[in-house]
Write a protein that binds this ligand. Structure first.
Ligand code: FAD
Length: 375
């Protein structure tokens, strides 16, 4: 049986993980990224236990763990600094606080030369019963048995699956960035912290082996801020948002020299995300707000689900495998999209962070996908 030829559009966390997973399932893979070189915003992402389980099976967990900051327990506080308790992770313990460039470079380094093609912006897609074809702005075009749109919340490939619709603005922006941990000498290098109330939230956790501290400040947005997806932010404006809050939080913010701000958008669950030989993955399939810390984690789960269902198929079997992948993933990701909106609406002192996360953290996507494959 000849191996399935897979083209992945988008070299973010989802696309690169899908490349590793599909290769381990025997597919011939090419990843096509629009940017001239791989890059990620200089901020953090927490990889939770279910995502780490996938990365372990793909052979990159050791390097990820080496580069991570440990997010063992999140101490949540009200604006005045009094404790609200902390969420616990399910089986598998803590999450890994990753500096995004570290994660993307680790995933890319695990791929053999010749798999990743930067400087390729996908502009057109077509398919017939036998194959699919993707063309790029540099004149290159490639044929494949399956195409994976891992091209993020603004996905162009999504338009080949559903009617185009604009993403939904949440009414908030995030100030994001990192600062050297040695600017906060009395802060433990393995501690995460969260402050919540008055329609705002501030989260910090260590990344880059504890040498950097990631921060995200969620605040309501005015019209002018809404218009930009990502723009330089002003540390003084961030400090003003949290003036009068816990002195410990203000101590951290006072040491921030650079930040950027990020408009927070998501989408309603798509009615479907597969058509023939084309499917979607990650934010392209199920863009969600960051309030459960699950966007990247779900893209990692998608990657393992897709690969498990494609394993053992030939080109003719691809459309059926993609339908099964969507069937397995759609309800779970729709629930997490909804949960992320609900959690975003809880920026008040009623917020109880000790929710049971076991349904999220204990989930084993490979086992679920294997059961779907055998069904
Ligand atoms: P992306 O990372 O958007 O990657 C898409 C890639 O496709 C990009 O490299 C892009 O250049 C490329 N591309 C786009 N168009 C084309 C084209 N036409 N041709 C070729 N290439 C193209 N998630 C978590 O799990 N944990 C967290 O702690 C967390 N924190 C977050 C905090 C904030 C403030 C925000 C905003 C998000 C957070 N997320 C978190 C969500 C997470 O960042 C995203 O869900 C995740 O990065 C999505 O990955 P992706 O690969 O699907 O898409």
């Amino acid at each position: 049986m000849s191996s399935v030829r897979a083209v992945i559009v988008g070299g973010g966390i989802g696309g690169l993980t899908a490349a590793l997973a599909l290769r381990s399932a025997g597919a011939e893979v090419g990843v096509y990224e629009q940017a001239p070189y791989l890059g990620e915003v200089g901020a953090g992402v927490a990889i939770a236990p279910a995502g780490m389980r996938v990365l372990r099976r793909l052979g990159v967990a050791e390097e990820v763990t080496r580069l991570a900051g440990t997010v063992a327990a999140v101490e949540a506080r009200r604006p005045d600094g009094t404790s609200m308790g902390g969420p616990s992770f399910g089986a598998g313990g803590s999450a890994m606080g990753m500096y995004r460039p570290d994660l993307v470079e680790t995933l890319a380094a695990a791929l053999p030369d010749g798999v990743l093609h930067t400087g390729h912006r996908c502009v057109t897609f077509g398919q017939d019963e036998r194959s699919a074809r993707v063309a790029f702005d540099n004149g290159v075009s490639v044929e494949a048995d399956m195409v994976v749109g891992a091209d993020g919340i603004h996905s162009v490939l999504q338009h080949h699956v559903v009617e185009p619709r604009p993403p939904v603005f949440s009414g908030r922006i995030a100030y994001r960035g990192v600062l050297p941990a040695d600017r906060l000498p009395d802060w433990p290098r393995d501690a995460a912290a969260l402050w919540n109330g008055e329609g705002k939230r501030f989260l910090t956790f260590p990344v880059h082996a504890g040498e950097l501290r990631n921060f995200t400040g969620f605040v309501p947005a005015d019209e002018e801020m809404r218009e930009s997806w990502s723009a330089p932010g002003d540390p003084a404006a961030l400090a003003a948002e949290f003036s009068g809050w816990d002195p410990r939080l203000r101590e951290l913010i006072a040491r921030i020299e650079t930040t950027f701000r990020w408009g927070l958008y998501d989408r309603d669950p798509l009615p479907h995300w597969t058509r023939g030989r084309l499917t979607l993955l990650g934010d392209a399939a199920h863009a969600m707000l960051p309030h459960m810390g699950q966007g990247a984690n779900q893209s990692i789960e998608d990657a393992m689900a897709l690969a498990t269902l494609v394993r053992g198929r030939d080109a003719a079997g691809v459309p059926e495998a993609l339908i099964r992948y969507e069937r397995l993933r759609r309800d779970r990701t729709a629930l997490i999209q909804e949960g992320s909106r609900v959690n975003g609406a809880r920026m008040n002192t009623e917020y109880r962070p000790g929710v049971d996360r076991s349904g999220i953290d204990d989930y084993d996507i490979e086992a679920e996908a294997e059961a779907e494959r055998q069904a």
